[in-house]
Design a binder for this molecule. Sequence first.
Ligand code: TXA
Ligand code: MG
Length: 352
Amino acid sequence: METEILSIAADEPEESVRQKLSRAGDIIKNGGLVAFPTETVYGLGGDALNSESSRKIYAAKGRPSDNPLIIHIADMERLAGIVKETPENARRLAAAFWPGPLTMIMKKSDIVPVQTTGGLDTVAVRMPNHLLALEFIRAAGGYVAAPSANLSGKPSPTIAKYVIQDMMGRINLILDADGAQIGLESTIVDLTGAVPMILRPGYITQEMLSRVVGEVDMDITLFDCDATASPRAPGMKYRHYAPKGELVLVEGEPEAVLRYINTQTDLHRKNGIKTGVIGTQEQISRYHADSIKNAGSREEPLAAAQQLYTFLREFDDENIAYMYAEAFEGTGIGQAIMNRLLKAAGHKIIQV
Ligand code: TXA
Ligand code: MG
């Protein structure tokens, strides 16, 4: 398949943007696939109500078809069409966080094909906080199913370059535009039980959700190193974001972490093996590795979230065999960073 790339500049005239989005929307309406930017990561979109489109999404990603897709909407009125009923908590959370990086799980209505929900009777819904994405969803008919636009197992793409790397020849169109400021996928909260439960941590934290709906649980299997426990979001059980080389997280006092990582990377260097480090601003200049990624200050973990997937992809581009990352504090957005790092590292974490 030939993949077309449509770039949309930040200062592109309105009429030209409209034309491009209308073309993209028509592709979706005709059962095709379009990658598009959101404020979290790029999505790989298809018509959520067309089972054949969902089948194509799984094929393009090489993704197991029991791993359900998120349906993206642009207008609150559209929610009622795809859920059995709108729980009060969904109304409140939507008022507080939509459009934004929050996905809510509810009982699905009959028009949503089980191919889109991976066989489940629930559906994941999100309204992205990205103007182009919202206009694109409207142009596409209102319901766009979209997983992250990476090949299954690879880090989610936050820049078009990596969408192109993974999806060229597999989908109809790539919309190349600015956007993914958050850099990690949306928070997923399940509203089908008595107490809302976070299935995937993200920018919208447990504390932020609690302020709106009271008690909120966290799926503990997310941080459990016991591989036998099965997470509730089917997608969270698969190995993910994994770089080609081996990644290890190192947790402890900053000085001890620095010392451990430098000792390891020095050893590898003696054996002619290329190494990488993801470290924080506070001590970044003191690392010895071949490739050193500055995740910004420990005080502002959002910068680390924004760049994490790009760092992992760059390590691959640079053929790094062994990587070390400082562990982050597991609160606020740090919880989401740690969740993704643990997955990328296959849960290899060393306490020093
Ligand atoms: O930020 C995001 O959410 C991005 C952008 C494109 O919107 N999308 C994204 O989609 O991350 P994806 O497919 O890569 O991740 C969706 C996750 C998977 O772990 C999947 O198992 C879970 O959501 N999920 C989807 N529907 C679900 C359901 N009904 N019940 C439980 N988990 C569900
Ligand atoms: Mg994904």
